[in-house]
Design a protein around this ligand. Structure first.
Ligand code: SME
Length: 216
């Protein structure tokens, strides 16, 4: 969506203006949440405005269907909007396994088999995994020793599993049913917003029109 070519400058300015309007709209809600945090309202401590987050994801993906670009910006949006997390990103369902996609946080394991760990369980069952204590989850894969709770949400396109949204927190019991519902709405939006068949290894092959690609 954001390119530096001359022809796209106007389009990018419109995009940035629209995105900054959405960020500005966040201020009243954020101020309300900050006040609640100062007063020590436990239930509000990590509350996320999922209506706003979905609006941001819509703005970030509008007019762009490249999976890697959209997931890269989406991981940044999740990182900006969710407090008390130490990793957020995506695993792509490819070739019968999960492969690391765009993320924010420490380097993570690259490939996960279906059925292994929290992510593999979400992929195998097709169900969101809300884990209050990862140390009690049999087979949990520890990518960051700081993680104590985790939520993994399947992303589907045309009814088929295409990726997972994975979020880790250093706090036990960080994720609530509100988070589950909000993140499932975000996952549904992203499932529709990307061309999942495009990208991956195929994107790095030389085009057939390149004469060098014809040579054995
Ligand atoms: N904990 C995950 C592995 C991925 S990292 O958290 C980024 C799991 O058990 O599947």
């Amino acid at each position: 969506m954001i390119t530096l070519s001359k022809g796209n400058v106007n389009r990018n300015l419109v995009f940035l203006e629209k995105y900054s309007i959405i960020i500005q709209r966040a201020r009243p809600a954020s101020a309300q949440i900050c006040r609640a945090r100062q007063k020590g309202h436990a239930a509000m401590k990590n509350q996320t405005d999922y209506i706003l987050l979905c609006q941001q994801l819509e703005a970030l993906t509008e007019g762009e269907r490249d999976t890697i670009a959209n997931l890269a910006n989406a991981s940044a949006a999740f990182h900006m909007n969710l407090s008390d997390i130490n990793w957020v990103g995506f695993y792509l369902a490819r070739e019968g396994q999960l492969i690391l996609g765009p993320f924010q946080g420490r380097p993570a394991c690259v490939r996960i088999a279906f059925g292994k760990g929290v992510c593999g369980t979400a992929a195998a069952t097709g169900e969101t995994q809300l884990v209050a204590n990862v140390h009690e989850f049999a087979g949990h894969i520890a990518c960051d020793a700081a993680s104590n709770s985790e939520i993994v949400v399947p992303i589907r396109h045309a009814g088929k599993l295409v990726a997972l949204l994975d979020i880790d927190s250093p706090s036990f019991g960080r994720f609530t049913q509100d988070d589950r519902e909000g993140l499932e709405r975000c996952a549904a939006l992203l499932g529709e917003a990307c061309d999942w068949a495009v990208g991956g290894a195929a994107a790095f092959r030389r085009p057939a029109t390149d004469p060098a690609a014809e040579k054995p």
